[in-house]
Every structure is written in C-alpha cells, then in structure tokens.
Design a protein around this ligand. Sequence first.
Ligand code: 5GP
Length: 116
Amino acid sequence: MSEETIFSKIIRQEIPTPLLYQDELVTAFRDISPRVDSHILIVPNKHIATINDVTSDDELTLGRMITVAKRLAKEEGIDENGYRLIINCNSDGGQEVYHIHMHLLGGQPLGSMLSL
Ligand code: 5GP
C-alpha cells in the first residue's frame, strides 16, 4: 500500500481542519476546494489508497461511509432536494488523493452525471 496522504494528518488533527463528523471508523470534513455549494469528504480513518485496495475486512467501514453521508446530507439540509456521492479511483477516475474518500455533493442542481 502506498504512503499516507494529507488526509491521515487531517484525521489525526496534525493539520487542524474543522471536522463535521468523526468516529472510530470514518472522518468527514469540507473539501478545501468546493466544486458545489455543499462539498464534503467522508474518509476512512484507516489508510486505504484506492477502491482497488479494499477487502472484505473493510465492509463495515465502507457501509459507515454511506450512513455518515446520509446523516451529513440531512444536517446540511440537502437530503430532500438530493445530492450525489462519488468515489474516484485511479487516474481515469480522476483520483488526486490516494486515500479513499467519498465526495458528498449537493446544495444545487448537479446536472448530468458526467461531462467528458
Ligand atoms: P479526488 O480527486 O482524489 O477524488 O478528490 C480529492 C479532493 O480532496 C479534491 O476535491 C480536493 O479539493 C480535496 N483536497 C485536497 N487536499 C485537501 C486538503 O488538504 N484539505 C481538504 N479539506 N481537502 C483537500
């Protein structure tokens, strides 16, 4: 598995970043460069580089990412209008930070799923 990224330092608060949620499995904080009105990252506390690296041992963590996304969408007030969850993988998927993370995107109409 590759080296830790900046996300591990945020999770451990070695780089102070306001956290929206943290438990024993996942951490959530706002994207530093929001693409839409509400742009949150939900990240496993354990360093996993890409979705290609997950195993069955990670299933609880991956499920927690979804339930935390649901909770944060409600807290953001975007649950009723809707939102999008995205996990990018490797270069064709547009992954920039090699510590898996789910983007929670909403607060405005998001348009079509892809613009290539
Ligand atoms: P990816 O392209 O890997 O799916 O998304 C990485 C995301 O992490 C980008 O949206 C980028 O803006 C965000 N990001 C990168 N570095 C930092 C950081 O130091 N703090 C926060 N809060 N977000 C970051």
